[in-house]
Write a protein that binds this ligand. Structure first.
Ligand code: ZN
Length: 364
């Protein structure tokens, strides 16, 4: 049987088109979208008057306001809701539709489909992410923002003038980072800014397999992307200093391990090669690394890059797209209906904290 080769880009495009066709079937035009929006808040379209309490029958649900039939006061239908300032509902309902079905779509793609400006689509996703973020429960991991540094390729108003977008991380860190975070931060900056290295050749791999013995495997199994101190590591292995140094030298040779200032160690850039050698990485560290890896994939395939400022927004958005147990059909819309208005000012002043919250479910 011949194996069918699938182009991931075409596959993605096809998925988006199919999802969009289904959306249009349910919501063919702006009028049907705004009626649907009104129905979210008023079952059988009965709008109570906030002044006199009269139950008005809403005859034109696609209008933003109506006049109370009893006291003649103007009633703003969506006043105080998440959708208060929404001018066109189609891009909003479409964004929610895509998220709930787990079909990843970028702001640029949503803008093209729903015929709005890309900046409008971006703001829609950010505002939705604020709602999603508010639903993060107790099952979360706090991950240093420095671990996401590879994704920081866009400028924001927080980016220092004339500097690369990654320098935003340094700026954020210098305002509130503690000493133990400093080494990780410097390491991640250094790693992100240097050119990518070629993968090991077959000859190098063969040599690595010869040199990597039980001692090296044990050290690898203890290391993560969070720095571990030399004395701590030595104690955990139970090796003599000579034994330990020999093993570390072998690991450093193949960049499986990297030595950081202050005699601390971290998994090196070639360490993914050695997954089979590291059977028992501490569960939470592995979870965090998995979340970061999955998120970076999400960013790569949808946005090329993002600014540090909105990192937390995008992590929330990634959760909504990926975790279909929590964010099943109807769940995002329901959360929006129960939420308040998210203002533009709120987005402008939004800044991702140094520790990013990410639901543990993302590591599964
Ligand atoms: Zn009234």
């Amino acid at each position: 049987m011949s194996k069918k080769v699938v182009n991931p880009r075409l596959q993605r495009k096809k998925k988006i088109e199919e999802c969009w066709a289904k959306f249009l079937k349910k919501h063919p035009d702006e009028k049907s979208c705004s009626i649907a929006a009104c129905k979210m808040f008023y079952k059988d379209l009965t709008v109570p008057c906030s002044a006199c309490g009269f139950a008005n029958k809403c005859s034109e649900p696609d209008k933003r306001n109506l006049r109370c039939q009893k006291c003649k006061k103007k009633i703003w239908i969506l006043s105080g809701t998440f959708f208060r300032k929404v001018r066109r509902f189609k891009p909003w309902l479409a964004a929610i539709w895509f998220i709930e079905r787990g079909v990843e779509v970028s702001a640029a793609e949503l803008a093209r489909l729903a015929e709005v400006a890309t900046s409008t689509a971006l703001a829609i996703f950010k505002k939705l992410s604020v709602v999603v973020e508010s639903k993060m429960g107790k099952e979360i991991q706090f991950i240093p923002s420095a671990k996401f540094i590879k994704a920081f390729l866009r400028r924001s108003r927080e980016t220092p003038a004339g500097k690369h977008p990654r320098e935003e991380e340094t700026a954020a860190f210098s305002k509130g980072g503690n000493k133990s975070d400093r080494i990780l931060h410097e390491h991640q900056m250094h790693r992100a800014n240097r050119p990518p290295r070629p993968a090991l050749t077959q000859a190098e791999l063969d040599l690595a397999n010869q040199l990597i013995g039980e001692a090296e495997k044990l050290i690898l199994s203890l290391l993560t992307l969070t720095p571990t101190r030399f004395d701590e590591l030595l104690l955990q292995t139970g090796f003599s200093i000579n034994q330990f140094s020999a093993a570390i030298t072998n690991l450093e040779l193949f960049e499986l391990v990297e030595r950081l200032p202050g005699d601390q160690f971290i998994l090196g850039p070639q360490a993914d090669l050695s997954h089979s050698h590291r059977p028992q990485v501490p569960a939470t560290c592995k979870q965090k690394d998995d979340i970061v890896a999955g998120f970076l994939d999400f960013v790569r395939s949808n946005y090329r890059g993002l600014s540090r400022k909105y990192l937390q927004c995008y992590v929330a958005l990634y959760w909504a797209f990926a975790d279909k147990k929590t964010w099943k059909k109807g769940a995002v819309l329901k959360a929006c209906i129960a939420f308040r208005e998210v203002t533009d000012d709120e987005l402008i002043t939004y800044v991702t904290p140094l520790k990013v919250a990410a639901p543990s479910a993302l590591a599964a």
